[in-house]
Design a protein around this ligand. Structure first.
Ligand code: ADP
Ligand code: MG
Length: 257
């Protein structure tokens, strides 16, 4: 029994988050096991970003319990320790545009940018080699010294992936990582993200706009609507009617607006 529990990378019980006029997350309970690939879907405003930011400990829940890789989220206050547990990529990439690609990748090694910049000249050659290898893995070997902001959106997202390869967190969170990319680039990033995390047996939770991508690249789909769990199913059990229901406007909303 104990062993089973330790396999849970995310465990949450009755987790809620309230804003002044809004219940963003309403008593959510579920767990996610090591190595699972979960797509988080639901209409705009459902609470996907709030939930991912809660997993990243950027948002503190108002109620309930959250355990990340066996540690209560409230105890994960050390940034370096946290970076070993959880890494995140977003729609807007979060890279430092003026710096060369390799600097952004190496930032995966350190939790703190200020510290990192002051130490740049002291970074050991092995670390730089690891960054080069990560960039090779994502197909950017020729862009190592390029200024990051000069890269295309798809390439910048690959830099973010390379940074995660160096950080090697146990849990990877991605908030709409392909929302700003065209379909071909989006598929490319999702293919890489799911392949690389599988190779490291990492746990992946990605919010997505596209149900098609969720079905193609993930093993489990968790749907939320109005901050509540709408369904939590293995991919092959997600039917078209339930998806229509998920994205349909509620009668009440229609009358109110
Ligand atoms: N900082 C905030 N202050 C007030 N309300 C917020 C804040 N962040 C999110 N919300 C509200 O919480 C709900 C969930 O938002 P969000 O998690 O961004 O949804 P999603 O990512 O699924 O589109 C929305 O109604 C949103 O307006
Ligand atoms: Mg969002």
């Amino acid at each position: 029994m104990k062993k089973l529990t330790s396999q849970n990378m995310i465990e949450m019980r009755n987790l809620s988050k309230f804003y002044e006029r809004k219940i963003a997350l309403s008593s959510l309970s579920f767990s996610i096991k090591k190595g699972e690939r979960v797509a988080l879907i639901g209409p705009s405003g459902a609470g996907k970003t709030t939930l991912l930011n809660t997993f990243a400990t950027l948002i503190k829940p108002d109620e309930g319990e959250l355990t990340l890789a066996g540690i209560p989220a409230s105890k994960l206050t050390n940034r370096k320790e946290l970076a070993k547990k959880v890494g995140m990529i977003r729609q807007q990439f979060d890279l430092v545009g003026q710096l060369p690609v390799i600097h952004n990748v190496l930032a995966g090694r350190l939790a703190d940018w200020g510290f990192f910049k002051s130490l740049w000249s002291l970074i050991i050659p092995q670390e730089k080699q690891a960054a080069r290898e990560a960039l090779e893995k994502v197909g950017l070997a020729d862009k190592i010294t390029e200024q990051t902001s000069k890269l295309s959106g798809g390439e910048q997202q690959r830099v973010a992936l390379a940074r995660l390869l160096l950080q090697k967190p146990e849990i990877i969170l991605a908030d709409e990582p392909v929302a700003s990319l065209d379909p071909a680039r989006a598929e490319d990033i999702l293919f890489m993200l799911t392949k690389l995390t599988q190779e490291e047996n990492q746990t992946l939770i990605t919010s997505l706009h596209s149900v098609e991508y969720a079905r193609k690249y993930f093993t489990r789909i968790i749907a939320i609507k109005n901050g509540k769990l709408f369904f939590d199913l293995p991919v092959h059990e997600v039917t078209d009617p339930i998806l229509v229901e998920l994205y349909s406007l509620e009668e009440l909303e229609l009358h109110e607006s």
